[in-house]
Design a binder for this molecule. Sequence first.
Ligand SMILES: Cc1cc2nc3c(=O)[nH]c(=O)nc-3n(C[C@H](O)[C@H](O)[C@H](O)COP(=O)(O)OP(=O)(O)OC[C@H]3O[C@@H](n4cnc5c(N)ncnc54)[C@H](O)[C@@H]3O)c2cc1C
Ligand code: FES
Ligand code: FES
Length: 1332
Amino acid sequence: MPCPPKSDDLVFFVNGRKVIERNVDPEVTLLSFLRKNLRLTGTKYACGRGGCGACTVMVSKRDPLSAKIRHFSITACLVPICSLYGAAVTTVEGVGSINTRLHPVQERIAKSHGTQCGFCTPGMVMSMYTLLRNHPQPSEEQLLEALGGNLCRCTGYRPILASGRTFCVESNGCQQKGTGKCCLDPGGNDSSSLLRESDICTELFAEDEFQPLDPTQELIFPPELLRMAEKPEKQTLIFRGERVTWISPGTLKDLLELKAKHPEAPLISGNTSLGPAMKSQGHFYPILLSPARISELSMVSKTSDGLTIGAGCSLAQVKDILAERVSELPEEKTQTYRALLKHLRSLAGQQIRNMASLGGHIISRHCYSDLNPILAVGNATLNLISEEGTRQIPLNEHFLAGLASVDLKPEEILESVYIPHSQKWEFVSAFRQAQCQQNALADVNAGMRVVLKEGTDTIKDLSIAYGGVGAATVSAQKSCQQLVGRPWNELMLEEACRLLLEEVSLPGWAPGGKVEFKRTLVVSFFFKFYLEVLQELKKLVKFMPDSHHYPEISDQFLSALEDFPITGSQGVQRYQRVDSHQSLQDPVGRPIMHLSGLKHATGEAIFCDDIPMVDRELFMVLVTSTRAHAKIISVDLSQALDLPGVIDVITAEDIPGTNGTEDDKLMAVDEVLCVGHIICAVVAETELQAKSATEKIKITYEDLEPVIITINDAIKHNSFLCPEKKLEQGNVEEAFEKVDQIVEGEVHVGGQEHFYMETQRVLVIPKAEDKELDIYVSTQDPAHVQKTVSSTLNIPINRITCHVKRVGGGFGGKVGRPAVFGAIAAVGAIKTGHPIRLVLDRKDDMLITGGRHPLFGKYKVGFMNNGRIKALDIECFVNGGCMLDDSELVTEFLILKLENAYKIRNLRFRGRACMTNLPSNTAFRGFGFPQGTLITESCITAVAAKCGLLPEKIREKNMYKTVDKTIYKQAFSPETLIRCWNECLDKSSFHSRRMQVEEFNKKNYWKKKGMAIIPMKFSVGFAATSYHQAAALVHIYTDGSVLVTHGGNELGQGIHTKMLQVASRELNIPMSSLHICETSTATVPNTIATAASIGSDVNGRAVQNACQILLKRLEPIIKKNPEGTWEDWIEAAFEQRISLSATGYFRGYKAFMDWEKGEGDPFPYYVYGAACSEVEVDCLTGAHKKIRTDIVMDACCSLNPAIDIGQVEGSFIQGMGLYTTEELKYSPEGVLYSRGPDEYKIPTIADVPEEFNVSLLPSSQTPPTIYSSKGLGESGMFLGSSVFFAITDAVAAARRERDTVEDFTVRSPATPEWVRMACADRFTEMTPTAKG
Ligand SMILES: Cc1cc2nc3c(=O)[nH]c(=O)nc-3n(C[C@H](O)[C@H](O)[C@H](O)COP(=O)(O)OP(=O)(O)OC[C@H]3O[C@@H](n4cnc5c(N)ncnc54)[C@H](O)[C@@H]3O)c2cc1C
Ligand code: FES
Ligand code: FES
């Protein structure tokens, strides 16, 4: 048998250690290599597509041209390991550790409270660390740029930015810096009562305690790699894997030879385009050619007429090169360069810009490419090279359309790109509109260039190219030709718009849909260009007396020219200082850092999938339905079972016990109810094998009718999951007859994906004895997992132990579903006798698990002309998906909470959960409240519009004012609600700013500002007594150390930190003597899900109880030896045979609801709050900027203000995402399109309000809770709607000005698409189907 050709050794360094990989597999990514081979699990998997930054590491290489070491951040999930030959990789473990030395970046992010669940933290640390390696004192702009590619779902980014800002040049320690004011200046920026009170604190961390950054302490670039780079070997390196061979030639000549020999082989540069295509679109290439070692591809040459940039330069390098050229040349020559720079700032995140090459970008020809439209209009030329020689082709519309005659030949490669200078009288601009400002693919982008005849307004040459409007970048060549010779004036503008809309026809199937919006952008962008050119001309003619006269831009139109800059958030966080008499050791009420903060920052915090591989472990991948509603005719497993490494396929037939419930089966049997319905699960030796096998399973279906996708479909088919829930008070019909006016309207609220950074994962380990199982699972409810596994396997609960160390974000999404995954994995473990690991990849997680219920609501509101609401009738429907799950409860909560903060005498609320053929929707932070209350607040806005009053006046008029009863007859006092409202009005200087907003709006036609202040009454807890019980187990060991266990799960909300604060106070010992290891069903049984904002409260009461029991037992010993130490007492107690272990128990708050009578006491207490937001909207693009948000939240006596402020900020930003950018997209057949961070946009660091102030209202009540604290986990979510209502306020201002009088339907999220189309104007009117 012939020997397989030998593979070269792959040599690189990781954290200063040399790695030599023999027989490396080119299909392995750096992420997988780090986590699996090197056991460096600090680098996390969260999306696998380069879109979230959780896997960020730093790569260092010697640049052959500058001979300098380049450090740059990359996303390890997209980096093929073979590309690292000769590179040094630094992971979070190499930056610092708790056991050796913490790096200042790690220390500061933790101590600034920049970690909650901690799953994003290593990525954040690495982005910041890389920045500091290049710029030890970065600017704020550089910091934002560095973090733009890192997502965090918990914190709301503010504290992360605060930690990074401590390194910035202008850092002065004041968290309000940049505003020109200091929060600590006496009589400084804020005259309100809170700040003057001496018991108010504005510091959450002490910056002066941070260790300084010392660049000399960093790992050096390995000398061996330096030697290798200085004298590069020229021979070709070949790495052969099972399926793929990676060839990395050392010279250009060899590369061209190889390309001629393997013309079909792609050049793998940054792999940011090839990688995702290979992963998700099944593209496969047996040979990959790497140009990484070819220095000719990184050459840059400057000439008098232009710039030539090597195709191998990364986009980050291109940005630097262009910036340098712009600083060197006169403005007129750099029009194209500046247009490119504008887009290079927002194109993807920093990591992708570091990896992606210019050549790869151009050759990929993505329809959304940000650079190709500009390069095309800028007359760029592509320099091609092959063994045959060199040639040039223009980067024009034909090339971008992929016309074979003007394309690269298979044996050619792109060597460099020539971009000419612009000339005087030539103007180039770039435009782009995306769902968010940063790290989002553009919906539409454009490059536009005009050359005017010198000194005139006559068009000599015009080129326009658009992205996002077709399958490739589209050039509006015909329109441009027809406009040549026309003067640059209004008539030309009109004609241009007509021509452009005709030529850029945008078929109905245009990528991403949004056809009307895109058509509107096509002309809106041109209008912006028109204005920009006029503005430039104005500057030019200033220096040219007697020159041509150009049309004037009206002052009102000038603001259309300004783009919203990406700015970092500033603000102040205020909270009540602890009583001056409180012992220094007592941590309650102090801003204690998250217990795991430092471990999050060093990557030492262990999440479920970080548990090392156990002996004989197998991997499980789920197989799901591709049909929304169908009969399963057959499932053929044979081909899958034949594949190497495949051990078994688990189906419902393998379940020894029960397959879930009749309505909610774990695995489908005869019928599937949604796309994503689990049918079976492959078990294989590796993840790759299991994934490949899923593709070989043949399932035949027979489609069933009806397929119900939307709420409207469900109403039509009378398809509901549960009976209607109804509450009524007063006499609604009678009241409607007596009111001055009635308004009716509709509200649509879209669903929301949890997007916890850690996807669902579980590891099931069967034990040899007595059918015992250990289950490590990422869940909010381990007892539910335990119970479900028990019934599925038909073994008693006492054989199953569930362990939860920490969860990388839950938000409700890990209450119910983890039990399904745990049970299926357990069936696999029992059947095969092997441990089973199941880690959902992001797209499966998004497909299978469901999220927040979308809502459709109809309201009828009757009111007097003074704004007093007399009657309100709301009927709403939520989309529950195909199974009941929590949908009935969500509907109940929604109805119970719908009145929000308002006392309306005559009310009728009705709600139903629709059954549709979508994955089952489930619990999500706020549990119906954020959707439902949007209807109520929309009614208020509608009433205000009809009465000609401001919405805040209507809110104030109708708010609860005195002790009263809710619609379900629960008594409460609104005093704190009113305090929050007034404090918020005051803190935000609402009334004066409202006037400024109006002034602004009068002066600006294309930009409008909006403001809104929203009150909130949020009920905490479950509406059932049994759900409020909790237990804890506290052991004191003989050395005095204490182990605390309780029934709550650490989801990032800091529950373990709070529990130790409670135990520390109760036992009067420092927190350092206390420890929490995990939540386990073996130590605390029969726990309730950690949810409903009540976890810390009820578990805190249980911990308190256990500590008090122990203290009572110790009392005689302490009395006998009052001067003794804690250790002395414990020793004595042990000697005297006193039990040092106690179970604490809290029986729970009484809570009940009688739906028959419509009465009850369903909630233990309320959290009140108010938020005021101001935004500015770009009416031409639909973009918005969040100018400022002020939140006042009633935390009463916060257990830990840093954690509580973190919860308020994090939930607010998550709410803001719900109401502005997060949009789930389904096909008409029920297939979810948005299955990753590229299609589903959660807020990024650039989305946080520019000024973001949070105040915890000083306590004035004593709720029946642990130390009078309040649970703040969910309530902030709804306050995000203040941004939504500020946006609609701005849109309403635009519509008033344009005399678009008819009402507009409230639709959340208020995406740029919605905003643009609602700001109806001459351009929306040009698009024939556009409606206002
Ligand atoms: C998370 C994420 C976000 C993104 N956001 C944006 C965005 O906002 N805006 C935007 O415009 N783009 C965006 N992109 C796309 C990105 O710009 C492209 O993927 C990238 O520029 C491709 O470059 P690459 O070096 O990674 O190409 P690769 O993936 O390595 O290669 C792509 C193709 O180019 C060919 N190729 C590469 N170099 C050469 C050469 N020298 N000669 C001939 N052929 C060559 C390869 O054969 C291959 O076919 C994003 C990508 C990701 C992953
Ligand atoms: S896991 Fe790599 S970017 Fe998300
Ligand atoms: S702390 Fe950032 S994702 Fe949880």
